[in-house]
Design a protein around this ligand. Structure first.
Ligand code: HEM
Length: 146
């Protein structure tokens, strides 16, 4: 059962990450769209759908299955979990916070708002990319600290 849960955890993570990396790209186009124009309306719709249909459900599934996996692993380390897994969970929580930031930013665009520059949204993808590298290295290498 454990491996099945882990497999679906990873599927959900993949869908979630796709959205986390793609939404800022939509914000780039949205930033240069004319306020009140046709492109702006299309971007607002695309952003809302991406969050509602893909990102929110995928995040919830990834998180809930992650908690179930934590349940299985509980007691394996000095503080309940092994240290690498604690760091992985903290890094995953930072992606949830980033998801919240993107959802808030989507709302700030509504009604012609331009919360940040186009350049900002081009650069911001480096943050989830680096956190993902950290999480995957921790989850696969499972380094022993100390
Ligand atoms: C949302 C919160 C998350 C929680 C609570 C969580 C928790 C867990 C737990 C407890 C495991 C089992 C570890 C093991 O069997 O050794 C696991 C596996 C895994 N997680 Fe997550 N995770 C979360 C998000 C993520 C994210 C965002 C990623 C990737 C960016 C990710 C990638 C992985 C990978 C690759 C594995 C498989 C490790 C292995 O092969 O054993 N997880 N996760």
């Amino acid at each position: 059962m454990y491996l099945w849960i882990k497999a679906f955890h990873l599927c959900a993570v993949i869908f979630w990450m796709a959205g986390l990396l793609y939404l800022p790209r939509l914000f780039v186009y949205h930033s240069v769209a004319q306020a009140g124009g046709e492109l702006e309306a299309k971007m607002e719709e695309a952003e809302a759908k991406l969050l509602r249909i893909i990102m929110n459900p995928a995040m919830i599934v990834a998180f809930v299955l992650g908690l179930v996996l934590i349940g299985y692993n509980w007691g394996n380390g000095p503080a309940g979990l092994q240290l690498w897994l604690w760091v992985k969970v903290l890094a995953a929580l930072s992606l949830i916070a980033y998801h919240g930031f993107l959802a808030k930013t989507r709302k700030a665009f509504l009604g012609g708002g331009r919360p940040k520059s186009e350049k900002f949204f081009r650069r911001i993808n480096e943050v989830p990319a680096l956190v993902t590298i950290l999480i995957v290295v921790l989850a696969i290498v499972k380094p022993v600290f100390g």
